[in-house]
Design a protein around this ligand. Structure first.
Ligand code: SIN
Length: 453
């Protein structure tokens, strides 16, 4: 469905358990040959895959906008972001090093080697229909694993385009597989399969916890990239323009529907009036509409359920004494558009300050000190991303060390990059994707003790 128009964009077969089992068989059959290739050869396949994605940028971006709703320019950016993981891991796969360790005795040699975990299953979300697949797929393939993806029901067409690119790149049959099927059918089948050695998931903390419980059965290797509840702190020595720009970049990407979007703002009293006034001006400039129109900044939310949550968060804030100074309304009656919204006088007991809103709403609370901001920022079971703005190296360094978050943006609202480790602490997940850490997630460490005469 196109969330901007409620029109059908395309259809997909609804896969069954047999389809998942067939994909596992295919991935298992292809594994020996794929992992037996040299890293250099796998890198050549990945490089061709990258070229395909980049060449088909416009076509894939249009599909993303049609089924996810994000503005076309953001969708183009996502295609390049998705491609950047393939490019980066095409290189990183050549740097999977082992170690030689000095032993205690003359008759022993100690080596450590790295090997692919085997068949990998991935469950990916709708908010980045392309990039959340390649962030898992590229390092898995580079490590020598074969791969089965279950894309979300909201955005399967983008996933299918990526599969076409992999096929065009000549990646052997069975190395990359996709099944569109309900979450439960997929996860139960892969969790109960001895062939599938790893499950990697991006999505809600609620589902992540269920998958973690399920994975206990066969002690499955599992990586989880779960929800966030990102604080954004603006201190009184911040550069106001940088702070406003960083807030807009972090908060309104994909209409506020990213796990690392700033969810709640803490602004120090000395800079509060100036920052709020400039932020208000910028928010008013944002244009809401169908993402296919080139000048649109904010597309629709993914569906009515997502929009209802945003409505509930704003109503709850108003009931508890907050003031809506910009937006605050559903923008169009027949599709899930929500206006970019600025809320002042936010309090810690409001839903928008304690839960991930996943929409274009900015609640702001005034704070007095660094200590107060840090303590409020850390007062959550989540720990994915946090942002702060200060020109002081000493203050900034102390804050970076004090925040219980896996990703920190200091004077920066857009930290994601293929070469950097992405992931959370506490209930925001397990493991990291991207960077050198991202390929480790698909490797086993094997210790080899050699007796010599
Ligand atoms: C996410 O929302 O989970 C991913 C965002 C990103 O990669 O920047």
């Amino acid at each position: 469905m196109n969330p901007a128009t409620n029109e059908v964009v395309g259809t997909m077969p609804n896969g069954t358990e047999e389809d998942v089992l067939a994909a596992i068989d295919g991935a298992q059959l292809a594994l020996e040959e794929w992992k037996g290739l040299s890293a250099e050869k796998r890198s050549i396949f990945l490089e061709k895959f990258y070229q395909q994605v980049v060449e088909r940028k416009e076509e894939i971006a249009r599909i993303i906008t049609l089924e996810n709703g994000k503005p076309l320019n953001e969708a183009r950016g996502e295609v390049l972001y998705a491609a950047s993981f393939i490019k980066w891991y095409a290189e990183e796969g050549k740097r999977v090093y082992g170690r030689t360790i000095p032993s205690k005795g003359a008759g022993q040699r100690i080596q450590v080697i790295k090997q692919p975990v085997g068949v990998v299953a991935a469950i990916t979300p709708w908010n980045f229909p392309a990039a959340m697949i390649t962030r898992k797929l590229a390092p898995a393939l580079a490590a020598g694993c074969t791969f089965i993806v279950k894309p979300p029901k909201e955005t399967p067409l983008t996933a299918a385009k990526l599969m076409e690119c992999a096929e065009e790149a000549g990646i052997p049959s069975g190395v990359v597989n996709m099944v569109v099927t309900p979450n439960e059918a997929f996860s139960e089948t892969v969790q109960n399969s001895n062939e599938v050695r790893k499950l990697t998931f991006t999505g809600s903390t609620e589902v992540g916890k269920l998958l973690m419980k399920q994975s206990a059965g066969l002690v499955k290797n599992i990586s989880l990239e779960l929800g966030g509840q990102a604080p954004l702190i603006v201190l009184d020595d911040a550069d106001v323009e940088t702070a406003v720009e960083g807030t807009i970049a972090s908060k309104f990407r994909n209409a506020g529907q990213t796990c690392i979007c700033a969810n709640r703002l803490y602004v120090q009293s000395g800079i509060y009036d100036e920052f709020v006034s400039k932020l208000k001006g910028k928010i008013k400039e944002l244009k809401v509409g169908n993402g296919l129109e080139e000048d649109v900044d904010i597309g629709p939310l993914i569906n009515q359920k997502g929009c209802d949550k945003v409505v509930r968060h704003v109503e709850d804030a108003v009931e508890k004494g907050a003031e809506v100074v910009v937006g605050g309304q559903v923008n169009q009656n027949d599709a899930p558009f929500y206006e970019p919204t600025l809320i002042l006088e936010a309090k810690e007991n409001m839903l928008c300050m304690t839960e991930e809103t996943f929409g274009p709403v900015v609640p702001v609370k005034k704070v007095e000190s660094d200590e107060e901001a840090i303590s409020l920022a850390n007062e959550t079971p989540f720990g994915l991303a946090a942002y702060y703005f200060t020109e002081s190296i000493s203050r900034g360094t102390r804050i970076a060390e004090a925040l219980d978050y896996g990703i920190i943006g200091w004077n920066h609202g857009a930290p994601s990059a293929a070469q950097a480790p992405f992931g959370g602490m506490k209930q925001s997940g397990l493991g990291r994707e991207g960077g050198a850490e991202g390929i480790e997630a698909f490797l086993e460490t094997k210790y080899l003790s050699v007796g010599i005469k």
